[in-house]
Design a protein around this ligand. Structure first.
Ligand code: BGC
Length: 728
């Protein structure tokens, strides 16, 4: 992915809006499943939203509560050309190009720059976070003196003086544990979070090739650095390599020592070898996960871009962390984990990188204690997963936030968006069905299904008058409506959860009887109770009108004021902002698919007529452009389902380009990870019509006009398969 001119990349510095630069920082994020680093520049500019976010590195602080901490910046490199500091805002940019090599996971930049005093240099910088060794980061900077002869100085450092942005002002999380030199060419920084006491250490080394360099330490407090000086003849070039290692106390007892040792190891291998290993690892991932679209270059690039961002965010060696809603590419949602991971991101990994999907599901397993605690405290049994989750699985959704007009509002999602428990169960089940990983299911998966079922058991209310079970006072997927009764999605998914739990137990009893009795005993699952689960599932109320085929989103939805969204276009704000919080609750306007989400997840349970009727009803009432970004990919799939390919493609591109084009204006906050995962689902389950059936995987292709061919791979029950669909 390329940006060709300095103007495009640095508009804030040449007179346009600041936010465009911020969004490109998100777009140009690199990462390796351990950390993500936004695409700010090595030389640094005022207003940079610089960030490196490391999985699991959460801190608590007053007002902002739990958030992923901005780790010390490992990028800084200042370049002095005969005493003049390189900066894109001084002198003249003669030529400029920056690119993110999605295939190799390398961010590059080439600049021809004339200094204010008229010396011209060509600079070529590239960086990567090694996918082969997640503790290793590298930057290579080549400098060529085009029309002068003179001294060049490079100062490379680590910067611990970093903060997290927040609505209340910047938050400093770090305390300094230590810093210093490691000989003339290397230095280190060791810090600790103030609240949670987690430690992080970075070590770095600078090495110049192609010129005789002298090195000296050049650090300030919080900012250890090394300077290298060398002379360049006219037309000559030299290359500096900055290697950085990172460890936290989550992986190493003594992170400073681990970082030092890793740095030595990396230095002994050298940049070229490190990069070759990194590239080989990327090749392996793309080999299994790539999607090839012939006939639509924009869609092709956008799809790969989205997959790249999931691949850099998925933890490789850590099953106690998960992918935050904005990946590790921005501060939005403070690094919290939502259903975005289970429902939107996971299928891509379940089908193409099952070992990564497994890690993410194990995160849900390890956070069961937090989910049990949440259930207990709310007066329920079993496990009630957090709507927003961090390291422990305890609820971290903020209780208060800002409304569309800047007003303070109570956020109810953490209390009421309870479908998350069924969503986690669904992801577990889907993983098991697709991979056939019985060991995972017996050891971990089944327990999650049983615990979440136990939650629903205690959550439902029996309506004796109508002889049915109901769930009152929730928020469904559509967050424009709160405190609703009998949300079809929640009720139906709860029923599904109970049924799946019963099946899981039956399977365990047959194939893993010891584990079955262990769980039944531990969770106190008497025969009576299990019969009660079956009864709830059988008599759970799920709204449905057999005459029209319509499913009412929740009790009373159809009586709300009907609004024609077309009367409000073109808009630049969400319908929530246009109508206000009070009014939107009284209108039939959706933030995102809710009934359609259900018809997608449990598609086999509903016939075509029902899908069509509800598509016709709900699709036009949904705020596609400024509601939730998780919606368009799902609408793309449902569009395919009902044969509305034109709408499907429009929704698909809306999802695929949400960060590359930034129509919502919030890419600066981080990549829309759920949308990115949804894009793969739209390709696989929508356009290719991929579907597991008892007879195996089938496809039902319906390619958008212009797509000549669509190819991707999946692994189904351990067997690698290639899907290859020809278009019209
Ligand atoms: C959406 C949720 C989503 C969350 C995080 C919200 O705006 O309504 O469905 O989980 O963002 O992406």
């Amino acid at each position: 992915f390329k940006q060709k001119t300095a103007y495009e990349i640095m508009p804030s510095l040449v007179g346009s809006e600041m936010c465009i630069r911020d969004r490109m920082e998100t777009v140009f994020t690199i990462g390796n499943g351990y950390l993500g680093t936004r695409g700010t520049f090595e030389e640094g500019y005022p207003g940079d939203l610089q960030a490196t976010l490391v999985h699991g590195l959460y801190d608590d602080a007053p007002l902002v509560h739990t958030e992923l901490v901005n780790a010390p910046d490992w990028l800084p490199i200042e370049l002095f050309v005969a005493g003049e500091r390189f900066s894109l805002v001084e002198g003249q940019v003669l030529d400029y190009e920056r690119w993110l090599d999605l295939r190799r996971g390398v961010l590059g930049r080439r600049v021809r720059w004339r200094s204010p005093k008229g010396r011209t240099v060509e600079i070529f910088v590239e960086r990567f976070a090694s996918l082969a060794d997640e503790h290793v980061l590298a930057i290579r900077c080549r400098v060529r003196a085009l029309d002068f002869e003179g001294q060049v100085e490079l100062r490379a450092g680590l910067n611990g003086d970093v903060k997290n942005p927040s609505p209340f002002g910047p938050v400093r999380h770090w305390q300094l544990v230590g810093q210093g030199d490691l000989g003339p060419q290397a230095c280190f920084l060791h810090v600790r979070t103030a609240g949670t006491g987690m430690e992080l250490a970075e070590a770095m080394r600078l090495e110049v090739e192609g010129a005789e360099a002298s090195y000296s330490p050049r650090g300030d407090e919080w900012r250890p650095a090394v300077a290298a000086r060398f002379r360049l003849g006219r037309g000559k070039e030299a290359t500096a390599v900055k290697l950085v290692s990172v460890y936290t106390s989550r992986e190493a007892e003594d992170p400073a020592r681990a970082a030092r040792e890793k740095l030595e190891e990396a230095a002994s291998k050298g940049y070229r070898a490190l990069r070759a290993k990194h590239e080989a690892e990327w090749a392996r991932y793309w080999q299994a996960s790539d999607v090839v679209i012939e006939g639509d270059d924009e869609a092709q690039l956008a799809v790969r871009f989205n997959l790249y961002h999931i691949l850099i965010a998925a933890p490789r060696h850590d099953e106690r962390v998960s992918i935050p809603a904005k990946t590790l590419s921005g501060f939005g949602y403070r690094g919290h984990i939502f259903w975005d991971t289970d429902i939107f991101i996971l299928p891509f990994l379940t089908y193409t990188q099952p070992h990564l999907a497994r890690n993410l599901l194990l995160y849900r397993y390890h956070t069961l204690p937090g989910a049990r605690k949440k259930a207990r405290e709310a007066g329920y049994r079993g496990a009630m997963y957090a709507w927003e989750s961090a390291l422990t699985g305890e609820e971290v959704t903020p209780r208060w936030g800002y409304g569309p007009k800047g007003e303070i509002v109570r956020i109810w999602c953490g209390d009421l968006q309870q479908h998350i428990s069924a969503d986690v169960a669904y992801a577990v089940w889907q993983y098991w069905q697709v991979t056939g990983d019985d060991e995972f299911f017996a050891d971990y998966g089944a327990e999650m299904l049983l615990e979440t079922a136990a939650f629903w058991e205690s959550r439902v209310e029996y309506n004796a008058q109508r002889g049915r079970y109901e769930i009152k006072g929730v928020i469904g997927p559509d967050e424009y409506h709160e405190h609703v009764d009998n949300n079809a999605f929640t009720n139906r998914m709860a029923r599904w959860n109970l049924e799946a739990a019963l099946k899981a137990l039956a399977w365990l009893r047959e194939f893993h009887p010891r584990r079955a009795s262990e769980l039944a005993e531990g969770l106190d699952l008497s025969e009576e109770r299990l019969a009660h689960w079956a009864d709830i599932a059988a008599r759970m109320y799920v709204p449905y009108d057999p005459e029209t085929g319509l499913i009412e989103q929740f009790d009373g939805f159809f009586e709300l004021e009907d609004v024609n969204l077309e009367d409000y276009g073109p808009r630049h704000r969400s319908m929530e902002a246009v109508l206000g919080l009070e009014k939107i609750r009284r209108c039939q306007v959706l933030k995102q698919p809710d009934v359609l989400m259900l018809l997608y997840l449990l598609g086999d349970e509903y016939d075509e007529r029902t899908k069509r009727a509800n598509w016709d009803y709900y699709e036009p009432r949904t705020d596609h452009t400024y509601g939730s970004s998780v919606g368009p990919a799902i609408h793309a799939i449902m569009g395919c389902e009902v044969g509305d390919l034109e709408a499907a493609y429009e929704h698909f591109m809306r999802a695929a380009l949400v960060d590359l084009r930034d129509p919502r204006g919030n890419t600066a906050d981080g990549i829309h990870a759920a949308s990115a995962g949804g894009v793969w689902q739209a390709v696989a389950f929508g356009f290719a019509g991929l579907k597991p059936t008892p007879q195996g995987l089938i496809t039902r292709p319906r390619l958008p006009p212009g797509w000549r061919r669509l190819r991707f791979k999946v692994i189904y029950r351990g067997k690698p398969l290639e899907i290859d669909v020809g278009g019209s």
